[in-house]
Design a protein around this ligand. Structure first.
Ligand SMILES: [Zn+2]
Length: 480
């Protein structure tokens, strides 16, 4: 029997986040995605000799913002270096990046309840894009050349593919809250590479790692990492050895192929870019950015659970996106009824968002109208059922809830004299059932409630009906 300890995976991630700046990192060209190929270029981002880079301060602002959100240390001095390698979509023959003095050091991001330690966050420029055509030729689009990126590097502390995806999801929520990246993995604005190795449980000595690239969705990230963990585990159990190499994930076949081995790995010969001097990040600069920081998802989550008494599940769903959380708060600030406000967001608002495939910003019913429906339910003016109907209708028409309720006369009947008359009539029409009830058949109470609601076309105030009917039939009120 094999008594050797089980092999456990160790994963570190390197994530590239494309920044939402208007212009590129070192020139004034537009950083927009999807423009006509090679239309946003100039001598600087084409790497013409003699062209000089000028740093875009906004990109450093964004790096500092992410550093604050991740509890990183913001470096007092930072520096850009040249990372030298040759590739067709890299016209300069080097990429401007950071090695020795990145903008942020350390910090952490939560994956579920686990703190995942970060090694660093640095700023660098993107390369161009090679487009492989069907006829075997390759076209190059240099619009992306020089677009600012943040690279977030974790420590090798992630224990499973699922945890890696949880980390990635938290990071995406954070960059979206900060509004520094759109987080779209399919379009490449969030790219993830994983370093994967396996080691005997409890050993503490890391095995040989491989790097796996090109995972363009959460699902592919999870699949690719699991694939690589399994491959390495089988290899070692069969007496083989893992060799250090870079693998390219192929989502179509669900497997990875070798991109380069260690022997072919680049020596990047980093050195400080002589055209860009070392720059200081003052405490004042960081303090100013702290003042414009939005409340981050985790802080909101804690506040909703603690101060609004929402369940962790509800708070988690609502804080998924900053827009949805803002929408919830806009409703709750008017109603002061946190539970009902959350319920409307979780059911009706999310349902309509999914059905119509729209964003929160395009939502057809303003928060004030939802708040008004909740307030009218709470004051007994309309029933819950009527409120849902009104919601669906105003989502189509854009009418105000109060106007529609007035126009269609949907208010609940809460006038006791009117209700009493109606209830008397219903009882008079069904003497046999009234007799049955008085003889102890309690179920008949529900029959009367049904008849009265029908008579009032759903508008009778159920609480009042319950009290009056109980009185008439000689029974203590059911519920409250
Ligand atoms: Zn340019």
């Amino acid at each position: 029997m094999d008594m050797s300890p089980a092999l456990v995976p160790v994963i570190g991630l390197e994530i590239h986040v494309q920044l939402k700046t208007a212009t590129k990192l070192f020139c004034g060209c537009s950083a927009k995605f999807g423009d006509e190929p090679n239309s946003n270029v100039c001598p600087v981002c084409l790497g013409h000799p003699g062209a000089l880079p000028v740093l875009n301060k906004k990109a450093i602002d964004f790096a500092i913002l992410l550093g604050i959100a991740c509890n990183s240390t913001i470096s007092g001095k930072s520096l850009f270096e040249r990372k030298n390698y040759f590739y067709p979509d890299l016209p300069k023959g080097y990429q401007i990046s950071q090695l020795e003095k990145p903008v942020c050091l350390g910090g952490y991001i939560f994956a579920g309840d686990k703190k995942i330690a970060l090694n660093r966050i640095h700023v660098e420029e993107d390369a161009g894009k090679s487009i492989h055509l069907h006829d075997g030729t390759t076209a190059i689009d240099l619009n992306r050349s020089g677009v600012p990126l943040l690279e977030i590097v974790t420590e090798p502390v992630i224990c499973s593919a699922a945890e890696a995806v949880e980390f990635l999801s938290s990071l995406r929520t954070i960059v979206r809250y900060l509004d520094i990246c759109d987080g779209n993995m399919e379009e490449g604005s969030l790219r993830c590479d994983a370093n994967v190795s396996v080691m005997p449980a409890g050993s503490g000595i890391l095995g040989v790692k491989t790097e796996i690239k090109n995972m363009n969705s959460f699902r592919n990230t999870e699949k690719a990492i699991n694939y690589e963990i399994e491959r390495q585990t089988e290899l070692i159990l069969d007496g083989g050895k893992v060799t250090q190499e870079t693998l390219l994930w192929d989502p179509d076949s669900g497997s990875a192929r070798i991109m380069r081995s260690k022997e072919e790995s680049n020596d990047y010969r980093y050195f400080p870019d002589p055209d860009l001097v070392e720059f200081s990040i003052s405490g004042e600069w960081t303090e100013q950015l702290k003042m414009i920081m939005p409340e981050m998802p985790r802080a909101r989550f804690d506040r909703y659970v603690k101060d609004h008494s929402l369940s962790p599940y509800d708070a988690g769903v609502i804080t998924q996106s900053r827009e949805l959380a803002d929408f919830y708060e806009a409703v709750a600030s008017i109603t002061s009824d946190f539970k009902s406000s959350a319920n409307w967001i979780m059911t009706d608002v999310l349902r309509l968002l999914n059905e119509r495939k729209i964003t929160v910003n395009q939502f057809p019913v303003p928060p004030e109208e939802i708040a008004s429906l909740i307030n009218m339910i709470n004051s007994g003016e309309i029933s819950n059922k009527i409120a849902k109907m009104v919601f669906d209708e105003i989502a189509d028409s854009g009418e105000k809830a109060a106007d529609l309720i007035e126009r269609k006369n949907l208010r609940q009947i809460s006038d006791s004299a009117g209700l009493e008359k109606m209830i008397d009539e219903v009882i008079a029409r069904h003497p046999a059932q009234a007799e049955e009830f008085r003889a102890g058949k309690e179920k008949v109470f529900g029959f009367f409630i049904g008849q009265i609601m029908k008579e009032s076309r759903g508008k009778a105030n159920p609480k009042l009906v319950n009290i009056i009917l109980s009185g008439k039939l000689g029974k203590s009120a059911v519920g409250n």
